[in-house]
Design a protein around this ligand. Structure first.
Ligand SMILES: NC(=O)c1ccc[n+]([C@@H]2O[C@H](COP(=O)([O-])OP(=O)(O)OC[C@H]3O[C@@H](n4cnc5c(N)ncnc54)[C@H](O)[C@@H]3O)[C@@H](O)[C@H]2O)c1
Ligand SMILES: [Fe+2]
Length: 402
């Protein structure tokens, strides 16, 4: 093993020991159709007298955010609204939310949306906690520290799991570098898992966000260390739930039961990866989000089978287990065949859900920058099953390009 890889593994070994004594928690899940009605009561109980509601224009136009605003009004919970979040939220957006929060006297957050709205609100919550820091200064691990203002996450996609993760992904408005802020404080206090909010999610967002959740479960399960019995169980549960429900909700968005199970899958996959880490797939997906504004789930969906294939025999045992819980193989199927069936099924799902096999917009001149960012994001923190060097990254990126 090259010396640098040995150093990464040593780092991960000790990080794992340290992580085991950290005070991990989960966002308290409030589940079921109509769960949004409980939001004002939760806020009031936590002493919130004016909530900062963060959402995006699509959710306003679809009438989803307005439904929750109505609930707040009906139950006399004052709020200030920021509805300008865009996919791959930027440092500028976070600063706008922070300014509005301060100028209107808010003391808690309600983040309604996919990962973009939840992450933008988390970024603002970090700034509220440490007003002397710029949003760029939170990059990396454990820069927030301490309890943030009461934070209610209301996911409207079944994908990112941001409603229970330590992460917020923010793109620097100046450099286009998409970076993560990771801190236990950023785990929302409550996750409202109301399937009615996702019934109108268009098929292409349903599919790509669902593949994001699957990527979380897979990358968490494949990690070299960091996993606990609980994170492994959650990754397996999430994989099984997605295998059972993703095609169903893609074909029939109005299936409340399947939508509820997808929300549960995203939450469980979110917990799994926040504990066990993501990996090379996310590291490269983030570069596409920052450089080309590629939707995060779409980037993962395309990259997932390519990287799993590239990992080769190293991951066959674990992929075989994922195939078995997905109903794609049984105990008598040899690992290699089961692993291949799992990868084949991802390709089949992608094709069936009109997700392309590669991207044609990656520019030659960006490749070296992508590799630099991906290497830096993945190493030494992510306990990836196979450590990539520049050469191998170049080869894999060529396979992502069509
Ligand atoms: N914090 C984390 O742990 C974490 C994990 C994974 C990804 N992310 C980040 O989350 C972001 C992606 O989030 P996302 O995939 O959930 O998408 P998103 O939040 O960017 O939303 C995508 C689009 O879907 C629309 N939409 C959302 N819910 C809808 C609904 N119910 N009905 C109709 N339209 C709806 C939105 O209006 C938006 O236009 C990326 O920036 C990604 O990096 C964060
Ligand atoms: Fe993700």
């Amino acid at each position: 093993m090259p010396a640098v890889n040995a150093w990464y593994r040593t780092f991960q070994f000790f990080f794992n020991l340290g992580a085991r004594v950290l005070p991990w928690r989960k966002a308290l899940p409030i589940k079921g159709a109509g769960a949004i009605k409980k939001i004002p009561g939760i806020l009031a109980k936590d002493g919130v007298t004016r909530a900062m509601v963060v959402t995006d224009p699509g959710l306003m136009a679809a009438g989803i955010a307005p439904r929750i605003l109505e609930v707040l009004q009906e139950q006399d919970m004052p709020y200030t609204l920021y509805s300008e979040v865009q996919p791959n939220p930027t440092t500028d957006m976070v600063n706008e939310i922070y300014d509005l929060y301060c100028s209107s006297g808010c003391n808690g957050f309600v983040a309604i949306g996919g990962g973009s709205s939840m992450d933008a609100a988390k970024g603002a919550a970090a700034r509220v906690k440490r007003p002397r820091k710029t949003i760029q200064q939170f990059k990396g691990l454990f820069k927030v520290l301490g309890r943030i203002a009461p934070f209610v996450a209301v996911p409207t996609t079944a994908g990112t799991g941001s409603e229970t993760t330590i992460a917020a992904l923010i793109t620097d408005s100046a450099t286009h570098h998409k970076y993560s802020i990771m801190d236990l404080s950023l785990i929302p206090h409550y996750a409202i898992l109301d399937p009615e909010l996702t019934l109108g999610l268009p098929p292409h967002i349903t599919s790509t966000t669902g593949m994001d959740a699957l990527t979380h479960a897979v990358e968490a399960y494949l990690c070299w260390t960091y996993n606990t019995a609980e994170s492994k169980r959650f990754a397996l549960d999430a994989t099984a739930l997605i295998a059972r429900n993703l095609e169903l909700v893609y074909q029939d968005g109005g299936n409340v039961e399947a939508r509820g199970e997808m929300l549960e899958a995203a939450y469980k996959a979110g917990f799994a990866f926040t504990r066990a880490g993501v990996g090379n797939i996310h590291a490269i997906a983030h570069t596409l989000g920052g450089l080309y504004n590629t939707p995060h789930g779409l980037a993962n969906a395309v990259i997932l089978p390519i990287v799993l294939e590239d990992y080769g025999t190293k991951v066959h045992g674990k992929l075989a287990t994922l195939a078995r819980v997905s109903g794609l193989a049984d105990d008598t199927t040899p690992d290699e065949a089961a692993a291949k069936a799992f990868i084949w099924n991802i390709k089949y799902l992608n094709e069936h859900m009109q997700i392309p096999a590669g991207f044609d917009f990656i520019k030659d001149e960006d490749v070296e920058q992508m590799i630099t960012w991906a290497l830096k994001e993945a190493n030494p923190l992510y306990p990836v099953p196979v450590i990539y060097n520049r050469e191998r990254w170049r080869r894999v990126i060529e396979k992502i390009r069509v």
